[in-house]
Design a protein around this ligand. Structure first.
Ligand code: ZN
Ligand code: ZN
Length: 163
């Protein structure tokens, strides 16, 4: 069943389906900060963002896809992720604290399927497409930390030439 929107009344949470039906939803706590709203079929209809605490429809409109996560969606809503991406660019604390002098985390751009399609290499500082990185299944983005070019150059440096 597809839902148009969700709302909270004195009796709890409801969802309005695309057919105009009002469906009572069950609040299901998940972890410390996340909550889900499920309908009687166990379908996850709503999801609370673990960061800003806003309850919205559990759809790709509000959450980025992540097939390893519960309900196939990431814990933070798209708005919060956009904020993270922004502060990561300048290495600033998300809580608005002092600017850290350490190198900002690698900037990554994800598509709607949750696939990292673009990443700034922390070694050369250049933004590169996914194809410019070797695959690394144990990293969350599925890519090596450094781009292929830097990896090749670092490998060369490990074997210094005889003078
Ligand atoms: Zn949020
Ligand atoms: Zn590089």
């Amino acid at each position: 069943m597809e839902y148009k929107w969700i709302y909270q009344s004195v009796n709890g949470w409801y969802g309005e389906t695309v057919n105009g039906d009002q469906v009572k939803l069950k609040l299901v706590p998940k972890g410390r900060k996340t909550e889900h709203l499920k309908d009687s079929t166990g379908n996850v209809v709503g999801k609370r963002c673990s960061k800003c605490g806003k309850m919205t429809l559990a759809t790709a409109e509000y959450f980025r896809a992540d097939n390893r996560a519960h309900a196939g969606l990431q814990q933070k809503c798209k708005n919060c992720h956009a904020r993270w991406d922004e502060v990561n660019l300048v290495g600033r604390s998300i809580k608005g604290g002092p600017v850290r002098t350490q190198r900002p985390k690698a900037v990554r751009i994800y598509n709607d399927e949750g696939l990292c399609t673009f990443k700034v290499c922390p070694c050369c500082g250049e933004g590169k497409e996914r194809e410019e990185y070797a695959k690394h299944s144990r990293n969350p983005d599925g890519l090596q930390t450094y781009c292929k070019k830097c990896q090749a150059e670092n490998a060369k440096k490990e074997k210094p030439e005889a003078i």
